[in-house]
Design a protein around this ligand. Structure first.
Ligand code: CA
Ligand code: CA
Length: 218
């Protein structure tokens, strides 16, 4: 899995956040540097850019026939901070994109949590804004082969909310327990966060914006 290969380069450990904090930020994109983010390929800065308006700054992605992604190392225990919060706005959907099929595996927008596991068994959960799959679809990435695993949950679908900022909140801990058939989880770390606006398989155009990504206790 390509994400695993990327992760092997980012071996620096972050300090564990204090449990007293109510939120742990991944990014609000108010800095224009993006210095904590790395790309699958060097041209990621051509695809993922900070856009600044009078009110705020946000991440803006424009992917044309590319599968580049960006990844940030984090260290967040989802047993303590189970909720992932973010805002996104899909602007252009890849034509006939279907993230459950290899030949059409493109999405306007996705956020992916990479779960700490054995390096031989990379595990992640991917939340998508799908072109064609209905909301709440559960699927698996066609590019993750056993023992690697990427489960997919479709959050938004098609043009219903195209062009609108949508705020999302998911319980990653509950999704992890559901996908891995766990009854109780005392501790489980997220070790990286990935953003992907993807268009290579359909050879089309994907555009989306992202902002205010954080984990919270409630
Ligand atoms: Ca922002
Ligand atoms: Ca793709």
């Amino acid at each position: 899995m390509k994400i695993l290969a990327l992760l092997l380069f980012f071996t620096c450990l972050l300090s564990t956040p204090s449990d007293k904090e109510e939120q742990i930020w991944v990014d609000n994109f108010e800095s224009t540097e993006m210095s904590d983010w790395h790309g699958r390929a060097d041209d990621f800065r051509d695809i993922y850019k900070i856009n600044t308006t009078a009110d705020s700054s946000y991440l803006s992605a424009r992917s044309e026939g590319s599968d580049n992604l960006i990844i940030k190392k984090v260290n967040i225990d989802i047993a303590k901070y189970p909720y992932l919060n973010w805002k996104w706005r899909a602007r252009t959907l890849p034509i006939e994109g279907d993230e459950s099929e290899k030949s059409k595996c493109d999405i306007a927008a996705s956020v992916i949590v990479v779960i700490r596991a054995s390096k031989w068994r990379p595990q992640s959960i991917k939340y998508t804004w799908s072109t064609t799959l209905p909301k709440e679809t559960r699927s698996e990435s066609p590019y993750a082969f056993w023992p690697a695993r990427t489960d997919i949950i479709v959050m938004q679908s098609g043009e219903e909310n195209l062009g609108k900022w949508i705020t999302e909140k998911v319980n990653v801990l509950e999704h992890y327990k559901m996908f891995y058939d766990k009854k109780k989880v005392r501790s489980k770390d997220i070790e990286a966060f990935v953003i992907m606006t993807d268009s290579d398989n359909t050879k089309s155009l994907s555009e989306a914006d992202y902002d205010d990504i954080f984990f919270s206790k409630n």
